[in-house]
Design a protein around this ligand. Sequence first.
Ligand code: CUK
Ligand code: CUA
Ligand code: CA
Length: 647
Amino acid sequence: MTTDNKNTDDKNVPESAPTDETRRKFLGATALLAGGGMAMGLVGCKNSGDSASGSASSGQSAAHGKFEVAPGKLDDYYIFSSAGHNGEVRIYGCPSGRTLKRIPVFNLDPMVGWGITNESKKIIGTKPDGSLKYTTGDTHHVHGSYTDGTYDSKYLWVNDKLNNRLARIRMDRMECDAITEIPNVQGFHGMFPDKRDPVDPAINHTTRVFCGAEFHTPQVNDGRDLRNPEKWFCLFTCIDAESMEVRWQVKVDGNMDLCATSYDGKLAAINQYNTENGSVLGEMMSAEHDAVLFINIARVEAAIKAGKSFTSGSSKVPVVDGTKKANPDPKTSLTCYVPIPKNPHGVNVSPDGKYFVASGKLSPTASVVETELVHKWFAGEIKDARECVVAEPEIGLGPLHTGFDGKGNAYTTLFLDSQIVKWNVAAAIAQFKGDKTAQPVVDRIDVHYQPGHGYTSMGETKEADGKYFNSGNKFSKDRFLPVGPLHSEAEQLIDITGNKMQLIHDHTAYPEPHDAIIVRADVVKTRQVSDMNDFPNAVKSSGDSRIERNGKKVNVYLTSEAPAFSLDEIAVKLGDEVTITLTNHDKVEDLTHGFGIERYNINFIVNPQETHSVTFKADKPGMFWIYCTHFCHALHLEMRSRFIVEA
Ligand code: CUK
Ligand code: CUA
Ligand code: CA
C-alpha cells in the first residue's frame, strides 16, 4: 500500500480501504472461475512479487481527493473511448471519469436520431429499398488525426470489427461524418492514422488511415474455397483520411491484429498472432514466434504507381503482394516480418519514435523493436529481422498493451496477473545487451481485474506528459453494486507522475470498451452552435414552412423555435411517402429540440441552427401528436404539432 501521495487535507477520503485485502483474496479464489474455459484464464492471477519492485502496490489510494474535479470545474483531459460491441464511441472527462458524450457510429441511437434521419442513414449506408445496410458494429480502437506528431483536433477514426468498416468523427461537432466499408477482409481490428507523409516531409499531418485484418478469408469470398484455408489470406488496407476512399491493399502472410505508425510516416506496424495461418486454436499457438509486420509505405505506393498490383473480385482497389515469397530481397521488399514470441498482442510506439513495443501475450515478455534497425533491414544492412529486437524484458503474465510517459518508462497491462507493470525501456535494452545489474521493472500496481488496454495521457503523441494511465479492465466483479448477470466494466485511473503508481479511482463503463486515447483538453476545439448554411436542406425562415405534394410524395418543411414548431398541423393521405425537414432556428447554445411522432417510430433531435430530415410511409390513418422530446423550455410540454393521416 503506497500512501506517500496522500492528501491529508481531505477528510472525506479514506486513507486506506479496509476491504482491499479481502478483494485481492476474492480475486485469487475466483480468477480460475473468471477465466472460464479460456486457456489463458486458467493460469489465474499470480500474486506477483518482483525483486526489483517488491510486492505490488495495491488497491485504493489516498491520492483520490487530490484529483477530484469539484462541481463547476472542468476536467483537464478528454478520454475518447471505443465501446466494443455496442458500436459507439464515448467521451469521458479525465480525471473525473464522468461520461460526457456517447457518439453513435455503427449502432442506432434514438436520442440523436442516428439511423433514423436521412442524413445519418446516408452515412451508415442503405440498401436499394432504403433500409440500413448494417445496424450493428463492434468498435475497438479510436485514434485522432495528427499534425507534427500530435493531435490536431480534426478527426477521430474508429474501426468496426464486425462489418469491417472505418468510421470518421469530425471533432468540431463530435459526430460521425463518414463510414467506409473495406473490401475482401474480415475481422478488421487494428487501425492507426499515419503521422506524416513517407516521402514529402512538407506534409506533416495525417493523410492515410491504416487498417489490419485478423481473419483469413477466401479471396474472393463468393462461395469458392469455403473449406480450403490454405487459399485464404488477409489484406492490409490504406484509406484516404480526407476522401475516406480505400486507396490500396497489401496481401500479407499471417494475420493482423493491432496497428501503430512511426513518427517519420514511413512505417506501419502490426502484431501478428497467427503467422501459422491456422484456423483453429491449436494451430494458431503452434509456433514459438509470431511477428510484428512492418509495411514500407513508400515502397507500397511506388509499386502501385508502377502498376505492380492486381484486384480481387468486384473490388477496384489495387492490391500488391507483401508476402515473404513475393519479397525475397529486403532492399526492395514491401514488408518486414520481425519474429516476436508468442502470439503477441498490441503494438505501441514510444513518444520519441525510437521503439515499437509488442507484448508476448503467451510469453511473459515485451519485445522492443528499434525503428532505426527496421529501416536498416529495409536497406539490406541487417540480414536477420530478429536483430531489430533490442530488448525483451520479462514483465509478467499475459502482457497486452503498453502506454508511455515520455520519460523513458513503459506501462504494460498484465491480463493474467491483473496488474500494470511499469518498466524502463533503457534498462530493458541494457539488460538485453548483457548488463546483469539492469532492472527494467520499476513498479507494479494491482488493478481490478484483468486489464486489456491501458493508455497514458497524450501517450500516443510526441507530447506524452506522464500524468495519467487509464486501465481498461475486463472484469469488475465486486467493484460496484451488483446489477444482474451483466456487470459494469471497470476503468481505473492511475497517477503516474511519481516513481510509484497510485490508483486514483474506479469509474464504470458500459460494456465493453477496448482502447481509448487521453487528449489534453486545450487541444480539443469544438463548435457549440452550428452554422445553418452547413445544412444544404435548411428551412431558412419560419415563413418558408410548407407542405409540397408531388404525386404520392409529400415534402414537409418546418422550423422549431422554443416553444413551438412552425406548423400546428401536418396533413397527408394514407399511403403517402412523407419527408419531413426540420430546421432549429434557436441560436442559444444547448437549446436542442426533439421531434417525435406518436406511433410512427420517428424520433430525432435538432441542435441549434441544425437541419435534419426523415422519410417514412404514412401507413396508419388517424391523428398522431408530434411532440418535442428534448426538454427545451418552460413550455416544453406544450411544444407540439399534429400529424394527420387522412384515409
Ligand atoms: S484488442 Cu481489446 S484488449 Cu480489440 Cu484492442 Cu487488446
Ligand atoms: Cu422543444 Cu422541448
Ligand atoms: Ca501464433
